[in-house]
Ligand binder design. Structure first.
Ligand SMILES: Nc1ncnc2c1ncn2[C@@H]1O[C@H](COP(=O)(O)OP(=O)(O)O)[C@@H](O)[C@H]1O
Ligand SMILES: CCCC(=O)OP(=O)(O)O
Length: 356
């Protein structure tokens, strides 16, 4: 009999919920969160009740009985760097996710909420391919400051899922293709996938790569250092400028790319400039990833919520289609990928991993 799974996927601008029976989606809903809603909370872990309550309400409103679930699956957050796979939620993991000094991102809530619901019904909670999956080559880890090595923090789950989908749709194995994936969500990551490994990717959380609806992306380091020591800001305020209140939020006061796109199309010059600048930066990162892959690129995949936006897709495509064919998978395949990761474990095809 097919197993029933509740899937919980907290993103920086949304909470996505799904129920699967085997690989069949029975229910899916995306709840979008405005900057005002999210900004009320000092720490990500403070959002636990807010997001849990809306999840339980959505389930109730749709007559879904959580007790019927065989397992609960959450998006995995800011843990120590680990290999790709399915992990059961344990106390060490929960301790790291609840410790704000280890990093803060909405994905931390995936395991926390999944565990809370799983415990209440006596079932197990899992995560799959958390944002800290690390397959970077050694050469990619060096920044110019030895005490500040580069880190692999990105949309690992969807990057892997869409790259595998591309390979399958082209009758190839993921391990036999080179692709560049640009995930454009609340954060933006551009990954270079070389024969089944993501050998380089920007840290999508912490001030690397293109700016995004709510992140600064890479910013001038010297000016940032001077801003930090100007006496005008606390550490918390500076970190917020990088993650949460950067990008579209800083320029335009919204994390909603649909609002920015609409204003740009209606002639608002600032919205158009900011919208186009983000596309320009993503295109530059795709060019850099092509260099990582020595120009041997089978496809460039544009994905994430913003890949629904035709103007941004067109802008990026115009700049990088000389490198390889463009494939657009709007939204993400994260819910199915979370379900599949746990089904492989429940069906005995894969060993569950233990986070230490
Ligand atoms: N139809 C659309 N056109 C353009 N942008 C969109 C569309 N739908 C969603 N988005 C934007 O995608 C971004 C969120 O992407 P998503 O991958 O869902 O992110 P997250 O998981 O970080 O919440 C938001 O800025 C949202 O406004
Ligand atoms: C923490 C990296 C992944 C990321 O940025 O996710 P969102 O786009 O959901 O914020």
């Amino acid at each position: 009999m097919n197993q029933k799974l509740l899937i919980i996927n907290p993103g920086s601008t949304s909470t996505k919920i799904a129920v699967y029976e085997g690989e069949k989606e029975l229910f899916e809903e995306t709840l979008r969160h405005t900057t005002e809603e999210i900004d009320k909370f000092k720490h990500i872990s403070d959002q636990e009740d807010f997001r849990t309550n809306i999840i339980l309400k959505v389930l109730k409103d749709n007559n879904i009985d959580v007790k019927q679930m065989d397992a609960i699956v959450g998006r995995g957050g800011l843990l120590k760097p680990i290999v790709s796979g399915t992990y059961n939620v344990n106390d060490v993991m929960l301790g790291d996710l609840k410790d704000p000094t280890k990093g803060e991102h909405a994905s931390n809530l995936g395991a926390i909420i999944a565990n809370k619901i799983a415990t209440s019904i006596g079932k197990t909670a899992y995560i799959v391919d958390p944002v800290v999956v690390d397959e970077m080559e050694e050469i990619a880890r060096l920044s110019g400051a030895p005490e500040l090595p580069r880190k692999s923090i990105f949309h690992a789950l969807n990057q892997k899922a869409v790259a595998k989908r591309y390979a399958k749709e082209n009758s190839k194995r993921y391990e036999d293709v080179n692709v560049i994936v640009a995930h454009m969500g609340g954060g933006v990551s551009v990954g270079a996938h070389k024969k089944g490994k993501i050998v380089d990717v920007n840290n999508a959380l912490d001030g690397e790569g293109a700016f995004s609806p709510e992140r600064s992306g890479g910013i001038p380091s010297g000016d940032l250092a001077r801003m930090c020591f100007s006496g005008k800001y606390t550490l918390q305020e500076i970190l917020k400028k990088i993650t949460g209140q950067g990008g579209f939020v800083a320029y335009l006061g919204t994390n909603d790319a649909r609002v920015v796109e609409k204003a740009a199309l209606e002639g608002d010059e600032k919205s158009k400039l900011v919208h186009d600048a983000m596309g320009y930066q993503v295109a530059k990162d795709i060019g850099a990833a092509a260099a990582v892959l020595n120009g041997e690129v089978d496809a460039i995949i544009l994905t994430g919520g913003m890949a629904y936006g035709k103007p941004i897709v067109n802008l990026i495509s115009e700049k990088v289609s000389f490198i390889a064919p463009i494939v657009v998978y709007p939204g993400e395949d994260e819910m199915l990928a979370l379900a599949q990761g746990v089904l492989r474990v429940l069906n005995g095809e894969e060993q569950v991993k233990e986070y230490k």
